[in-house]
Design a protein around this ligand. Structure first.
Ligand code: UD1
Length: 367
């Protein structure tokens, strides 16, 4: 069976890693890896391939950045000849980025069977580009692999045939569990101490890159109001996404950020260092999707700077609290987290490190 796998942006890499490893255990699978080049910097892309032992992509479409239309269209144009040449039986797309829908759409029209990993997640917020990517990719997929029960329920509500839907757990958590020991050996905390970013053991982690937070100066400033208070009590480590770094300048917020002396901005960091920091943080503040899930497994309190989540299990039984961008709500959640009142989280069903095995078994049985 010829399986062509697509990755494009940073959160895709940890999802494809365990699948590539699992394909390697089956002689009857021929796996091809295509990188669209949506993310292309050393620290946004190559580093993850090395750390996670993902094979070099067989093909890199090198699309780079662009508006949604330009990026999506360019990926489609460059992906079509790859399918014509390789004629895969199956195309696997992961997550909800522009590469996911662009390659999914080209794949189904070429006659390949489309597999969507991390299917069914819904924030209900159609102003998020990822939500559009999710709904459209799911509607054209032949195999829909879900990480949590809400995903299954959403797909059934949207009229997707139940035979196509499989609850298998989470490939991103496969990667987390298999790298945790390695991450513990990371020296990032010592390095940050030497640089003077940390003195004691306690710190908060921050990540922020959603257009709704970092493209809008009012929202960005409101979040800074809360961070200003928090950094007086706890150093905040902030590996900054390129979009956010650009916007600090473009929106005239750089001076204010610079005045917050205990927020330590750093370049984006690799997977293992990031995992180490998140696992040791007192609290994580984020607008990412995946980090809500990773902190649940790490049992570290997570404050989500968004009004909604497409990953409700993390808030229902995990360590996540959805607070939005109101400074008072952010601070209340922070006080709750640091006063030890946070509820003991549970790990969602099937987040046990075996999702990739389940997925490949199902594909081999059904194709
Ligand atoms: C994309 C995904 C988002 C995901 C995020 C993770 C979509 C619609 N969005 O958002 O779901 O959470 O990736 O990071 O697919 N840039 C660099 N170097 C890179 C890549 C990007 O400097 O390697 C800069 C460029 O200036 C680019 C900007 O970051 O314009 C945004 O990149 P883009 O891929 O358009 O969207 P993300 O915000 O990264």
């Amino acid at each position: 069976m010829k399986i062509l796998n697509v990755v494009g942006a940073r959160p895709n890499f940890m999802k494809i890693a365990p699948l590539m490893a699992e394909y390697g255990r089956h002689e009857n699978i021929h796996a091809i890896l295509v990188h669209t080049g949506q993310h292309y910097d050393e620290i946004m892309s190559n580093l993850f391939f090395r750390e996670l032992g993902i094979p070099e992509p067989d093909i890199n479409l090198e699309v780079g950045s662009g508006s949604h239309a330009v990026q999506t269209a360019e990926i489609m144009k460059r992906f079509e000849p790859v399918l014509v040449e390789h004629k895969p039986d199956v195309v696997v797309v992961v997550g909800d980025v522009n590469s996911t829908i662009a390659c999914g759409l080209v794949a189904v029209k070429s006659g390949a069977r489309l597999v969507h990993i991390e299917a069914g997640l819904r924030s209900g917020d159609r102003s998020m580009p990822e939500e559009i990517n999710r709904v459209l990719t799911d509607s054209i997929s032949d195999f829909l692999f879900c990480t949590e029960q809400s995903g299954v329920d959403n797909l059934l509500k949207e009229g997707i045939a139940k035979e196509k839907i499989h609850l298998v757990g989470h490939v991103m958590i496969d990667t987390l569990l298999s790298n945790l020991e390695k991450a513990k050996k990371s020296t990032i905390i010592d390095q940050l101490r030497k640089k003077g970013c940390l003195d004691g053991d306690a710190f908060a982690m921050l990540t922020m890159h959603r257009p709704s937070n970092v493209d809008d100066p009012k929202t960005f400033s409101r979040i800074l109001d809360a961070l200003e208070v928090i950094q007086k009590e706890l150093p905040i480590l902030f590996p900054i996404h390129p979009r956010t770094r650009k916007n600090l300048n473009a929106l005239g917020l750089q001076d204010r950020m610079d005045s917050l002396r205990n927020i330590h901005i750093m370049d984006p960091i690799g997977y293992l260092d990031f995992l180490k920091l998140n696992s040791c943080a007192k609290v994580v503040l984020t607008d990412s999707g995946g980090i809500q899930e990773e902190t649940t497994v790490l049992k570290v309190p997570c404050i989500t700077l968004r009004e909604n989540t497409e990953r409700p299990v993390t808030a229902e039984i995990g360590s996540n609290q959805i607070v939005g961008t109101d400074p008072q709500r952010i601070l209340a959640a922070y006080r709750n987290a640091t006063s030890g009142k946070w509820r003991e989280p549970q790990i969602p069903p099937l987040w046990d490190g075996k999702a990739a095995q389940r997925i490949v078994k199902i594909l081999l049985e059904e194709l």
